[in-house]
Design a protein around this ligand. Structure first.
Ligand code: FEO
Length: 397
């Protein structure tokens, strides 16, 4: 598929294909490239463009509009200001100075700072509509899917939801629609996990605004257009963003790294302290926990305890790799503690504490560390360390 594509009478896909892309935004691997979807919607009186494309595709994007005979654009709807959506906006507005940009208040702020130039904007409120003549654009604010600026655009006459990044996938097939390309359910789930998952509560709020609409077609900003089972895609987001079931007692995630067994020896006694208060402890060796399991565990537990040795005056790379994933979820609890064994310097505990504080965790108690193998006294201190963490998690007696 190349060029433009009419998806309904007077509604065209005018986006860009990027099948050879291997890493999106230098962050996310893409096995099948991606697309930057943009849409032209013509009403009886007015024309709207929904989003633009990434900057390197500006020339072909403008050519598509020319090929469709577009001479006047009334509105450029920017559901989200990230440059993969707005890369062509500056040049487009030079070509079409008559156009007004439609966005959220936060989107307007971001555009000002992304482009450092004036542009005519119309800031829309939740539920506000623009009448194109026989076709209506209605806007639903959907903040933090996945930036503060994001919104959905609903076209009720055609039952189309232009959903921005939500319900998207980094996948570039030969066809435009989901029933014209091979299975991309893995990419669809990967996209949620990596882009939307940190904002599950916001996903729930946004999906609630559109779930009862009679949607026939979801047009996301990346990947295939969803017409085979649009409700199934929405149901998947509902399922994936559901809060974890409440646990009867607080649960603690205890992650350990222990090259010589000393840190894990300490962990056994910290665990005893925690369990003596009825807390449930989920203990995992860091090197055995995959990213997706770690995210699940963080969402299911009320506190995170990191047990790390010090090697070469630092926490070892697997510990940092694990810490790098913490910002990709909204943990159930933000209570933490750190401990570990060391040989001759012992900086790791303090370094990991500082990282956790930077991520807005609260330390239940200051970290402890002991040199090489813990003594019986050290083990008692570990149990008391567990007591203090339990005290921070349990309601005061
Ligand atoms: Fe498709 Fe958030 O950029």
């Amino acid at each position: 598929m190349s060029g433009t594509a009419e998806i309904r009478s007077g509604i065209h896909w005018v986006g860009a294909r990027h099948p050879e892309l291997q890493v999106f935004d230098e962050l996310f691997p893409t096995r099948n490239g991606t697309t930057y979807n943009a849409y032209l919607v013509r009403g009886e009186r007015q024309t709207a463009l929904i989003e633009t494309v990434k900057a390197p595709f500006t020339a072909s994007f403008l050519q598509k509009l020319e090929d469709l005979g577009v001479q006047h654009i009334d509105w450029v709807v920017i559901n989200h200001t990230e440059p993969d959506h707005t890369g062509a906006l500056g040049t487009l507005l030079e070509r079409h100075p008559e156009a007004t940009v439609v966005c959220t208040r936060q989107g307007e702020n971001f555009l000002r700072q992304l482009f450092n130039r004036e542009m005519r904007t119309r800031v829309v409120a939740d539920g506000e509509q623009i009448d194109l003549g026989g076709r209506t654009l209605q806007f639903f604010l959907a903040p933090y899917l996945h930036w503060p600026d994001t919104m959905f655009t609903w076209l009720p006459e055609e039952k189309i939801l232009f959903s921005c990044d939500a319900f998207g996938a980094h996948f570039c097939g030969e066809g435009l629609f989901d029933d014209e390309v091979p299975d991309f359910s893995g990419e669809f789930a990967f996209y949620f996990d990596n882009i939307m998952r940190p904002f599950k509560d916001k996903v729930r709020e946004a999906v609630a605004k559109v779930v009862d609409l009679p949607i026939e077609l979801v047009c996301p900003s990346h990947g295939p257009l969803l017409r085979r089972d649009p409700r199934g895609a929405i149901a998947a987001y509902q399922r994936w963003s559901a809060p974890p079931p409440p646990a009867a007692t607080p649960r603690v995630l205890l992650l350990t790294l222990s090259p010589h067994g000393n840190t894990r020896d300490m962990a056994a006694h910290v665990r005893q302290g925690l369990e003596s208060h009825g807390l449930e402890v989920l203990e995992r060796a860091i090197i055995t926990v995959e990213g997706s399991e770690l995210r699940d565990l963080l969402e299911q537990t009320d506190a995170l305890i990191v047990a790390t040795p010090t090697i070469n005056r630092d926490a070892p790379p697997p510990v940092w790799q694990t810490l790098s994933l913490l910002s990709s979820v909204t943990p159930k609890g933000k209570t933490a503690a750190v401990f570990g064994s060391y040989g001759w310097s012992g900086e790791a505990v303090k370094m990991v504490e500082e990282r956790l504080l930077g991520l807005k965790y609260k330390l239940a108690t200051p970290g402890i560390h002991f040199r090489f193998a813990p003594t019986d006294e050290d083990r008692q201190a570990c149990r008391e360390f567990g007591d203090r963490i339990a005290a921070a998690l349990l309601p005061a007696a």
